[in-house]
Write a protein that binds this ligand. Structure first.
Ligand code: HEC
Ligand code: HEC
Length: 280
């Protein structure tokens, strides 16, 4: 592990420090605050998972009908506008090289040392939502805010092109993994609490804008579990934030490590459609 790599890890570990401190006694916390037992916590979390699915489904059904202009509503409008356009993958490749590759890498494999995510092969609907969230300042990142005010990459047609290009790329070959210490805890936690939404093989789902969590770097995954739990992504479901905030730091490490070892395309990726999009 090079010096540069441990910078990303150090930053992710630093952010994790609030986890075990912050989770005690918060009234909104999904753990029962008074009579804590792991079994009670488990039941509570499974319950939350069911509720989140319903909330996500309800939220999605409202997307098409909103007209006013609060930032989350503008995000919905941008997503809808982008999804309606025909993408030009070749133009997407050009735009990517000029405006994104410096940070996300030529092959979109990210940079674990700077907590820059791999984007290659990520779901298109999710990528589009994240661009809209960044553009409307619903997700933190100075780098991304600065990028998306540039005229060449600030509108739905350009997002349509770039995300189609990224979705068609081969996933990152060797994402950085964690120490291995909490992998089995991570696996058990994943199956129990995350697979219902992200899929057993972590492939995500275009419906619900749920990301694939495969082929992603450990420090980035760890950092984002913490960021989501801390509410740094304002356009994510509040229930999801509370749920992730109920994990302790070893569970977060285990989950990120287990996921960082999920490699390669999913089985269905072999059946790429002619237009280059990869669905289920
Ligand atoms: C100056 C560096 C930089 C540039 C240039 C940049 N990004 Fe990013 N990008 C980042 C960082 C850092 C993050 C992680 C933000 C966070 O911590 O939440 C990110 C996150 C993202 C995400 C979210 C991915 C996920 O898994 O949630 C997407 C999508 C994205 N960038 C797309 C792009 C595109 C498309 C471009 C070019 C138009 C671009 N980025 C240019 C640094 C950059
Ligand atoms: C109710 C469905 C649901 C459940 C359950 C769920 N997630 Fe998610 N997850 C999502 C959605 C939706 C997003 C995208 C949020 C956004 O748009 O910012 C997400 C985003 C993420 C991200 C950010 C990925 C990236 O590239 O930035 C990570 C990491 C993650 N989830 C991990 C987990 C883990 C670990 C669990 C289990 C402990 C879990 N999720 C449970 C729906 C879910």
């Amino acid at each position: 592990m090079g010096g540069a790599t441990s910078d990303g890890l150090r930053a992710a570990e630093e952010a994790l420090k609030v986890t075990d401190r912050g989770r005690r006694g918060t009234p909104l916390h999904p753990y029962p605050a008074t009579s804590f037992s792991p079994h009670a916590a488990r039941r509570t979390r499974s319950g939350w998972a069911v509720i989140f699915c319903c909330v996500v489904a309800l939220g999605m059904s409202g997307v098409a009908t909103r007209t006013s202009a609060s930032p989350p509503e503008r995000v919905d409008e941008l997503i809808r506008a982008t999804l309606e356009l025909d993408p030009n993958v070749r133009r997407g490749a050009k735009l990517y090289r000029a405006h994104c590759a410096a940070c996300h890498g030529k092959d979109a494999s990210g940079d674990a040392s700077r907590l820059v995510p791999a984007l290659a092969g990520q779901r298109r609907a999710y990528l589009i939502k994240q661009l809209a969230d960044f553009a409307e300042l619903q997700r933190q990142s100075v780098d991304m805010h600065r990028t998306l005010v540039q005229r060449e990459v600030d509108d739905p047609q350009e997002w349509s092109d770039i995300t189609a290009y990224l979705n068609g790329l081969q996933p990152t070959v060797a994402p950085q993994t964690g120490s291995g210490e909490w992998v089995s805890l991570g696996e058990a936690s994943y199956v129990q609490w995350c697979a219902s939404c992200h899929g057993e093989d972590a492939r995500g789902d275009d419906e619900g804008f749920i990301p694939s969590l495969r082929n992603q770097h450990y420090p980035y995954l760890l950092h984002q579990i913490r960021q989501l739990a801390s509410g740094h992504r304002w356009n994510a479901e509040p229930e999801l934030m509370l749920f992730l905030d109920s994990l302790d730091s070893d569970e977060m490490r285990g989950l990120a490590d287990y996921l960082s070892r999920m490699r390669g395309p999913t089985r269905d990726r072999a059946r790429m459609r002619d237009d280059g999009f990869v669905g289920d």
